[in-house]
Design a protein around this ligand. Structure first.
Ligand code: NAP
Length: 296
């Protein structure tokens, strides 16, 4: 079994971006600027946004964190997005999800200018990704593809089974893994809460991607010997032994599943850091597009 070390690969990607930013500076060109919008004070969201802003500063990107009250109206938030769309210094905008219940995620995502949508959630980017055209790809699935690419895992012809069909993870993952490219070219099955015989599907997987948000859902008997297991899940579970009062759990019961796998991602240090690396790559490209005078 080999560990897919997302922490290591993410650092390598961020190191290479740092060199590219230094080059931009030396050439007197614009440096990437990411604006992060955080609505309310959800603890997990605070942590995720904090990690993204920290990555920006370590790479040398400019970043702006816009904190808004949980009670902000939908119209006011749309106004903030509009201002960021029109701010010529801002290359990328990320709106940390989930948003408070009274605000429509869909309306907010649709309000982002596609050229600044570095999370790859806007329908224009999703559509282009489906067509295999250049686009911003949703950071978590993009990060997983970068991880497979780094480890030179040839997935051609493999059967990939994805647990979860969300718009931000499962669904784009199914498109990327079935695309006619390396590391795509798999045959894909996508499972959800209404899937019958889920265990049978899992047992047939050469690649199993778990993105349900159900801690330790995937157990050893569900996994084929030699499978590649990608654990996307991150759930905070109460743990009195931790200073924070919680532990982070993936969707895979790592200790019992790992010995069966050819490759597996740990939680933490697996998919999480790769999501940040992919977001940073997208932000760099958003800026590069603008440096080249292209808004696409
Ligand atoms: P989500 O929107 O809640 O989607 C969960 C999906 O899992 C849904 O499609 C749901 O099916 C399916 N599901 C839930 N319980 C199931 C069950 N018992 N059997 C089969 N399918 C089941 O979640 P998400 O946003 O995709 O996130 C999934 C997990 O990944 C979460 O733990 C999240 O924190 C984590 N995550 C991690 C990163 C990272 O950077 N590492 C990034 C994003 C998300 P239905 O569609 O039928 O409801």
């Amino acid at each position: 079994m080999e560990l897919l070390d997302g922490q290591f690969v993410s650092k390598a990607i961020q190191d290479s971006l740092r060199l590219k930013v230094a080059q931009l500076k030396a050439e007197g060109k614009k440096i990437p600027h990411l604006a992060a919008v955080l609505v309310g004070n959800n603890g997990a969201s605070e942590t995720y946004v904090g990690a993204k802003v920290k990555a920006c500063s370590e790479i040398g990107f400019n970043s702006t964190l816009i904190r808004l009250e949980a009670s902000i109206s939908e119209n006011k938030l749309l106004q903030v997005i509009d201002e960021l769309n029109n701010d010529m210094d801002v290359d990328g905008i990320l709106v940390q999800l989930p948003l408070p219940k009274h605000i429509s995620d869909e309306k907010v995502i649709n309000a982002l200018h596609p050229s600044k949508d570095v999370d790859g959630f806007h329908p224009a980017n999703v559509g282009r990704m489906v067509q295999g055209a250049p686009s911003f790809i949703s950071a978590t699935p993009h990060g997983i593809m970068l991880l497979l690419e780094h480890y030179k895992i040839d997935t051609k012809g493999m059967h990939a089974v994805i647990l979860g069909r969300s718009n931000i993870v499962g669904r784009p993952m199914s498109i990327l893994l079935s695309s006619n490219s390396q590391p795509g070219n798999c045959t894909v099955t996508i499972c959800h809460s209404h899937t019958r015989n889920l265990r049978d599907h899992c047992q047939q997987a050469d690649i199993l991607v778990a993105a349900l948000g159900r801690p330790e859902f995937v157990t050893a008997p569900m996994v084929k010997e030699g499978a590649i297991v990608i654990d996307v899940g991150i759930t905070r579970v109460p743990d009195a032994s931790k200073k924070s009062g919680f532990a982070l759990k993936g969707d895979v019961k790592f200790e019992e599943v790992a010995p069966r796998c050819s490759y597996i991602t740990p939680v933490p240090r697996g998919v999480g850091p790769m999501t940040i690396a992919a977001l940073m790559k997208n932000s760099y490209h958003a800026c590069a597009n603008r440096n080249e005078g292209s808004l696409a």
